[in-house]
Design a protein around this ligand. Sequence first.
Ligand SMILES: [Zn+2]
Length: 302
Amino acid sequence: MNMTDIEAQLQQELFALPVRMKHIATVGDMKLYTSEDLQRKFIEAMSKNSRLASSAGAIKSLVSQQRVIPCYMNKGIFRFLSHKILRSGAAKMIMGFYHSETGKIYMLMDNNVSFMGYGPNAMLADLLIHECMHMFSIQRGRQFLTFFKPELTKYYEALYRQIFQIKTSTKFDVFKVVQWTHKTYESTSSWPSSILITQKKFLMDYFKTYTTLSADQFEAVCLKYVFIVRLGLTEEIDKIVQERDKFQDILGPARNIYKTVFGGATDSFVYQELFIPSEVIGIFSEVDQSSPKPIKAIALIA
Ligand SMILES: [Zn+2]
């Protein structure tokens, strides 16, 4: 028996799956398993959650159509995803993601997750709402942009004002930038190799008349912006984390603006906002829990 066999056997024993599990999907090279029992418990837990109580029907329909798939995770899946999902402590028991190739949301839970506790239940609901915002954006782009235009405008106007040092008195139509970004990155999952050149050109052409930065500074910031997008597209998130001090003049505002415009801070590692507008709405749904809009949006996709 070689090392790999021992590891495989250990994993199988340590992370043995509960009975009556059905192989539901393979994402990357990870097999995901679900069961009717897990689906039933998930729907029940979400209907008891205060934020989702009025969306019980929508959640039930998303789960029964298998567009939202609650499934178990094993250690391998955690390793596969942990570089993508950088969240703190407790959230590691629960992970979720929108998978653009299949158009489904996978909600991954530790085998031992309890649906009874308030903590895990609320965390699960927040995560589900966040992922539904990505689904809304990718599957109904136009409607998503119209529906969340005020929130997207607020966030991106503040972001670009800071990044490119645009005076408060200078008006610019940031929604055009949001639409371009959405069309370029969220309406497709494969990008042409020239995408970064196009992105840099777009930023430079669009903001050159508004920025107060010198020509050299302005170009350097555009280049840095595009470099972060590049690392995001190639999923080299660890590199963004390692170099975060160097990216501070872009990632700092991207993170702090949540508090300024939506009134709540996030503990997520912020970088996707630079090219994925629906991430802004996902985080908005977490930090402003008093807004009814994300919940209304779920009814629109169900
Ligand atoms: Zn997200």
